[in-house]
Design a protein around this ligand. Structure first.
Ligand code: ADE
Length: 343
């Protein structure tokens, strides 16, 4: 494929990176742009995060290397997966799992608050992702609605590990102020050090408030006023928010990190009790609707890939059902092995 003239031209002008055909921009940050891309053979969509290495100062380089090493450890259905990292002389490419359903911030801004059921299902998935990350000592440090993505089938994917860090111990104190002020815990404004897990928990409280009410708990015209509201833990929960949900939000948004709910207390709260946590169940126990959705999405993708590969093989003259199946199996093994090995 590399010998074909168009591919060479696309590689030179950046319309193609490795096996990926690059399409339009779907996001951008201070040092990066995120583009939609397709795998040339499987047609899988990916999000390609493109970083211009020449523009990264030493702090940005440190953050990037933390982002990559955190993501390399993570494999969870509610966390955007890093498939591989590619490097060119002036650019670095992170090939990321694509979540095509938009982000939670955009959804809340355009459609208003979520229904109580949607809040539970969304929050449970964020919680599942955070519990998993904290168990392996990865702290996100930039949880916000913009970083909560939906797949096209409505599953949640926590994204953007650009401020994440790994601690060697849960009680390790951190000292770098990260994240977005409206989601920042009081200790980030007040103290010199903080515990990573507690600031992620606080941000989840802000997220939950935002999902349930459609508004942010801490808002102000100036940074100084916002800081005061957060430090004094001054927020008003509308009285129509159901009692069990109010108790959960109040348990999370506590001024002192030590008084704040831990992830396991959130999991056991009354409000979430009727929600099943699909990814802590071992199949073939009762399949939840979300697991079903994930399975069918994967099956559809596998069928699509198989169809495509079958077509390509037929073009190459592999037409017999037996021979075709054999080649398909080895191709699929090769493909899966390659994807896993590059993580
Ligand atoms: N924007 C940033 N990251 C993304 C991803 N993984 N999928 C879709 N859009 C994104």
């Amino acid at each position: 494929m590399c010998k074909d003239e168009k591919t060479i031209k696309d590689l030179i002008i950046g319309r193609r990176v490795g096996f990926y055909k690059v399409r339009g921009e779907i996001g951008c940050g201070t040092f990066s742009r995120v583009k939609l891309a397709f795998h040339a053979l499987t047609k899988d969509k990916v999000a390609l995060k493109v970083l211009d290495k020449t523009r990264l100062d030493s702090q940005a380089q440190r953050l990037l290397s933390k982002e990559i090493s955190s993501m390399e450890c993570l494999q969870h259905p509610n966390v955007v997966c890093l498939y591989e990292v590619m490097e060119k002389p002036s650019r670095l490419y992170l090939v990321l799992e694509y979540a095509g359903g938009g982000d939670l911030h955009n959804r809340l801004s355009t459609q208003g608050k979520l229904s109580e059921n949607a809040c539970k299902i969304t929050f449970a998935q964020i919680l599942s992702a955070i519990k998993y990350m904290h168990n392996i000592n990865v702290i996100h440090r930039d949880l916000k609605a913009e970083n909560v993505l939906f797949t096209s089938s409505g599953c949640i994917k926590v994204a953007d590990f650009g401020f994440s860090t790994q601690v060697s111990n849960r009680n390790d104190a951190l000292d770098t102020f990260c994240g977005s002020p409206p989601y920042a815990a009081p200790e980030l404004f007040r103290d010199e050090c903080y515990l990573g897990a507690s600031v992620d928990v606080w941000a989840m409280g802000v997220l939950l408030f935002f999902m349930v009410t459609g508004t942010m708990p801490f808002r102000a015209e100036t940074m100084g006023k916002l800081r005061r509201c957060v430090i004094e833990c001054e927020y008003t929960l509308p009285p129509w928010v159901p009692g069990p949900c109010q108790r959960l939000i109040r348990g999370i948004l506590k001024e002192a990190p030590a008084d704040r709910y831990a992830v396991d207390q959130m999991l056991g709260c009354d409000w979430l009790l009727p929600v099943q946590f699909p990814w802590t169940l071992v199949p073939p126990e009762p399949a939840s609707p979300l697991q079903g959705l994930l399975d069918s999405e994967r099956r559809d993708l596998e069928e699509e890939v198989e169809e495509e590969v079958r077509g390509l093989l037929e073009e190459l003259g592999f037409t017999g059902p037996q021979g075709g199946t054999l080649v398909l199996i080895s191709f699929s093994f090769f493909f899966n092995a390659g994807t896993t090995a590059s993580r």
